[in-house]
Design a protein around this ligand. Structure first.
Ligand SMILES: *Cc1c(COP(=O)(O)O)cnc(C)c1O
Length: 394
């Protein structure tokens, strides 16, 4: 069976992302007339097939279809898919050798930090963490000669905005490749490769799939050399996704633009409520004027995304009482799904970090992170308003 000749090509860049996400990645339907391609649940392929498939660890029609969609959404020449965001991170870091340095933003995702510290450090890969909102630290890219510069924007959980284009310009003249973990912003709202990054990495578990029913990851690039390294890592390290999960993520990608728009509208409305009407001591959202890097956020993102961080200004008990009272926000880690979630970093994601260290980086006992879903905004605001009122004296 060959790829259908009548599906729009991945290199057709004239369509808008809303259109392209629906009309690409539709290969391998054969002559069945199926509107959506099937799941190729096969471990191996007959030798000499026209598409050159051999074994699913190194390629499958569902990976190729999803890769085409993700390349379009991330505005990249290439996209390789992995079993999870962490697998995608493994693929990139595995390209390093002993003695190489990773210069990373100090608020990188916890799993990235853990992998660098507890896995790759043993193999001689060094890491240094800096605050990339401070421009003085950009000079370290020239001074320290890192192999990779690793940033994320917005960061977790405090939603710092990092200047991707500014850092890309400094990195350009050096040996360093700039990696941007684009998971929080999503492929819809921010395009790191257009801003000069070498690699953009996404946990497709979050906004791309969007339905909280599987894990996935991807690395996108315009560099043929980096793309070859990612293909190699996929098969050599066994980082490939399942065909079924790839099919699920591909289905999610077709509605990502629509969902992310609603996530962003809802989050802006809820953030405005929390700041003005509820009067919380701290509300951080990239598209609120009170955000310290609001202008930069507006420059590099087309909307604010679905994540809000707020400090309730209460005791731990009062904070937990509020979280338990919420009806539509489930207390859970993760983000980017259609359903609203809420997370309490002090007792959940950052519980293992000592309180003094947590407070130094701004993670107070009453800090909460909302992943705002696509429910009706009036229901979400009413839920938060009632939970705040009902637990005011807790
Ligand atoms: C979730 C996440 C990851 C890890 O992705 P998994 O799919 O959970 O392995 C990496 N980076 C960021 C920013 C994330 O939010």
């Amino acid at each position: 069976m060959t790829a259908d000749s009548d599906h729009p090509s991945a290199s057709d860049r004239s369509a808008h992302p809303e259109t392209a996400a629906i009309h690409t990645g539709l290969g391998f339907k054969g002559d069945t007339g199926a509107v959506i391609p099937p799941v190729y649940m096969t471990s191996t392929f007959a030798h000499g097939n026209p598409e050159g498939f051999d074994y699913t660890r190194s390629g499958n029609p569902n990976f190729r279809n999803l890769g085409e969609q993700l390349a379009i959404l991330e505005k990249a020449a290439h996209a390789q898919v992995f079993a999870s965001g962490v697998s995608a991170i493994t693929a990139v870091i595995s390209t390093l050798k002993s003695g190489d340095l990773v210069l990373a933003e100090e608020n990188v995702y916890g799993c990235t930090y853990r992998m660098l510290a507890q896995v790759f450090e043993k193999f001689g890969v060094r890491t240094r963490y800096v605050d990339f909102t401070d421009r003085a630290n950009w000079e370290l890219i020239e001074e320290l000669d890192p192999a990779l510069v690793w940033i994320e924007s917005p960061t977790n959980p405090l939603l710092k905005i990092i200047d991707i284009q500014g850092i890309a310009e400094v990195a350009k003249g050096t040996n360093a490749s700039l990696v941007v973990d684009n998971t929080f912003a999503s492929s819809i709202l921010q395009h790191p490769l257009e801003l000069g990054a070498d690699l953009t990495l996404i946990s497709t578990t979050k906004y791309t799939n969007g339905h909280s029913d599987c894990l996935g990851g991807a690395v996108c690039t315009n560099s043929d050399e980096w793309n070859e390294k990612m293909i190699f890592a996929q098969k050599a390290l066994g980082l490939q996704p399942s065909p079924f999960d790839s099919w699920l993520v591909a289905r999610g990608a077709r509605t990502e633009a629509l969902r992310v728009q609603r996530h962003s509208e809802n989050a802006l409305a809820l953030a405005t409520f929390l700041e003005n009407e509820a009067g919380l001591p701290l509300v951080r959202y990239p598209f609120l004027e009170s955000h310290p890097q609001h202008a930069l956020a507006k420059q590099q993102m087309s909307a604010g995304g679905g994540i809000i961080v707020a400090d309730l200004g209460r005791s731990v008990e009062g904070t937990v009482a509020f979280l338990k009272k919420l009806e539509y926000f489930t207390m859970a880690e993760s983000l980017g799904g259609i359903e609203s979630l809420v997370c309490h970093p002090a007792s959940m994601t950052h519980a293992s970090v000592p309180r003094e260290v947590r407070e130094q980086v701004g993670i107070t006992d009453s800090l909460v992170r909302f992943s705002v879903g696509i429910e009706h905004i009036d229901d979400l605001i009413a839920d938060v308003r009632e939970a705040l009122a009902a637990t005011a004296d807790a």
